[in-house]
Design a protein around this ligand. Structure first.
Ligand code: NAP
Length: 290
């Protein structure tokens, strides 16, 4: 509910680069309207060199909070005053709350991941998992899997293999999970890893709108029917990766549910209100697919 002069309106924002692909402004602005609360959510395209100044602006202007998206989820940490326990373990932040001038970082991607993956818990527990990517999304998924799903083994695949090694060491130390492997994003290493994994997670932006014909690597004969392939990308709702996995018999899961539930937790942190999840999931899907 915005009064006509916006004198009591609270501002929330999104910072990332690029941000045009984001549906977060739609989600949070519609949610605020449905809940009849006086919040506005705006996207800000901010490059890495401007992060510190952008956060000074948040404090100076009394902005209530921010979402943080690619590629800033890790770099932003050094400019925050405090971190939630989960965000500190993960080493990535997707939500900032401004509490009277002190900026606290949270990671609500965990909430989105839990809602998305819980129905597959029995399948994932004790299984072999591979995660493609090493950014903020990959960190959240590795943390969530180890903490809540207890897989037997996690293989981290990345274009830059040194980053996979760094992440492996980070989580081995932080979470005392030793059964990590790393693998190249190229055959034959990759195909072998795919074939032996029950859960495959894409945590790279490859295949995201507008470059929907891209896939992280050559994916012919990569999947089989005893697998779940999860792409964290939500636009398009079915990426090329998911389409190929489905054609080869695997079960598939897109990133839309994760998007809605990470947003729900962020919305609650900023406003103290529940996000109307059902209404938003339907209208989001309609908007993306139309
Ligand atoms: N559904 C949701 O709610 C949700 C939540 C979080 C994230 N996501 C999605 O997950 C994806 C990753 O997000 P993020 O925050 O983790 O991003 P990020 O921090 O920018 O991570 C980038 C990762 O992708 C890899 N990568 C980038 N371009 C590549 C290319 N052309 N070929 C191969 N690998 C490439 C990078 O490899 P290098 O290390 O070699 O550079 C790095 O490992 C995005 O699409 C994001 O929208 C969705």
């Amino acid at each position: 509910m915005q009064n006509s002069f916006y004198v009591n309106t609270k501002l929330i924002g999104l910072i990332g680069h690029p941000i045009k692909q984001s549906y977060s402004p739609f989600i949070h602005n519609v949610a605020a309207q449905l809940k009849n609360i006086d919040f506005i959510y705006l996207p800000f395209d901010v490059v890495s060199d401007d992060l510190e100044n952008a956060l000074k602006g948040v404090v100076a202007l009394g902005i209530r909070g921010l979402n943080v998206t690619i590629p800033h989820k890790e770099k932003i940490i050094k400019y925050l005053d405090e971190l939630s326990e989960d965000a500190a373990m993960i080493g990535a932040v997707n939500t900032i709350v401004n509490e009277h001038g002190k900026l606290k970082g949270y990671n609500t991607d965990i909430n989105g991941l839990l809602e998305s993956l819980t129905e597959f818990k029995d399948f994932i527990t004790g299984s072999k998992v591979c995660v493609i990517g090493t950014g903020g999304g990959a960190r959240a998924v590795i943390y969530t899997l180890i903490r809540y799903f207890k897989p037997e083994q996690i293989t981290i695949i990345n274009r830059t293999i040194q980053r996979a090694d760094t992440l492996h060491s980070y989580f081995s130390e932080k979470m005392r999970f030793d059964n990590f492997k790393t693998a190249d994003l190229f055959p034959p290493d990759l195909i072998e890893t795919f074939h032996s994994s029950e859960l495959i997670v894409n945590s790279t932006p490859v295949g995201m709108f507008p470059d929907v014909d891209d896939s992280p690597t050559d994916l012919t004969e990569s999947f089989h029917k005893d697998q779940l392939v999860f792409d964290m990308i939500y636009n398009p709702t079915e990426t090329k990766l998911l389409n190929l996995a489905k054609q080869q018999g695997a079960a598939t899961l897109g990133g839309l549910k994760m998007l809605v539930y990470q947003a729900a937790k962020s919305f609650e942190l900023w406003t103290g209100e529940e996000l109307p999840v059902e209404n938003l999931s339907d209208s989001l899907e309609l908007m993306i697919t139309s």
